[in-house]
Design a protein. Structure first.
Length: 368
């Protein structure tokens, strides 16, 4: 049971070593041509080779470290090539000595005349040869280990990069807090100007029912029931804009279909996204679509909206396009809020809205 993984690891190391030797010419060319091609292609191939060897995913390091990584990889492969050449030379010498001892013939590499190489001579070379072979094979394994450590060191962020990332995260956190506060204020306005006013109107209707005659009271009660339904609809709208329970329960595609059905404007929904377990990414994508649709309805004077969702390669993308008048402000409260939400997921948001339209809001979000 335990021998199979060991044999597999050895075979993968040997296969990765052979692949590294085969890639040596392209690696040397990439060192010279960095940062132009074929350096990116070679780096991708090197990362794939190392990932295949030990099963640990590796990403390409920052561009400014590319040349150094390629140069070290080429140097290590040159050392591997030298070790393999020495092993091959040792094998050739060993075979010639065995043939000479068995047949009494000469050894051309040593200029040994016929009969000079005996089995005793071969025995004197066996122990040193085995030690050298062991050291050579150990060197190959050590270089394979060293190459992986070099790659890990180059892809690890430096102090300056970590400092920039901390600053970015602090900025993103401040933007997210501001967006949450703005969303709370908007919900408060919706409740105050919408639901609260309807509740006040409903209480006035009920008070009139108490003072009216039966005929008028029946009509007022029907009006009160209608007003109650309007209040419920407003509360559902506020709840949907806060966080739709359907998104958590059924996923992004179902939530977007429900969003489409709640909008009076024609909305074309095109979802080709495999189910993902990253609910945070789905939530960010949903609110991108929801805010873009809301802006199109309120400001764009659009006739139709298209929502397109795709997933693959660890990314979830959502694109919302309307045929309105354009001129959307990416720095506005709504779009800046979803931009902060997307940035918090290390994603990208693009808003293209020339005057005259169309407006395109597109987000690309990493997902697990």
């Amino acid at each position: 049971m335990t021998s199979r993984p060991i044999v597999r690891d050895v075979l993968r190391m040997l296969g990765g070593t052979a692949a590294g030797i085969a890639m040596l010419p392209s690696t040397l060319v990439a060192v010279v041509t960095t940062p132009r091609r074929p350096a990116p292609t070679v780096l991708d191939a090197l990362a794939t080779r190392l990932t295949w060897m030990d099963g640990i995913p590796r990403r390409v390091p920052p561009a400014r470290r590319t040349r150094g990584l390629l140069a070290l990889s080429a140097l290590l492969q040159l050392v591997v090539l030298c070790i393999l050449a020495l092993i091959a030379a040792g094998v050739v010498v060993g075979i010639q000595m065995l043939v000479a001892a068995a047949t009494g013939g000469p050894v051309a590499l040593f200029s040994a005349r016929p009969g000079r190489v005996t089995w005793a001579t071969v025995g004197l070379f066996v122990a040193p040869g085995l030690v050298l072979l062991f050291l050579a094979l150990s060197g190959l394994g050590g270089i394979a280990w060293l190459e992986r450590r070099v790659w890990d060191a180059f892809q690890r962020p430096g102090a300056g990069e970590l400092s920039q990332e901390v600053v970015r995260l602090h900025t993103t956190l401040d933007e997210v807090v501001d967006a949450v506060d703005s969303e709370r204020r908007r919900i408060e306005r919706d409740i105050h100007d919408g639901v609260q006013q309807r509740v006040v109107a409903l209480s006035i209707l009920l008070a009139r029912v108490e003072r009216s005659d039966p005929a008028e009271g029946a009509a007022l009660l029907r009006t009160a029931r209608d007003e109650t339904q309007n209040i419920l609809d407003d509360l559902r709208d506020v709840a949907w804009r806060t966080y739709p329970e359907m998104l958590q329960r059924d996923g992004l595609a179902v939530a977007l279909r429900a969003l489409r059905d709640r909008v009076a404007m024609p909305v074309h929904l095109d979802v080709e996204a495999a189910p993902i377990a990253d609910r945070a990414a789905e939530t960010a994508a949903y609110f991108v679509a929801s805010e873009a649709v809301t802006n199109a309805i309120k400001h764009a004077d659009a006739a139709s909206i298209t929502i397109r969702v795709r997933s693959g390669d660890g990314l979830l993308s959502v694109r919302v396009e309307d045929d309105g008048v354009g001129g959307a402000d990416a720095a506005g409260t709504g779009l800046s809020g979803i931009a902060s939400r997307v940035a918090a997921r290390d994603g990208r948001l693009r808003v293209h809205s020339p005057v005259g339209g169309p407006t395109v809001v597109e987000a690309v979000i990493p997902c697990g």
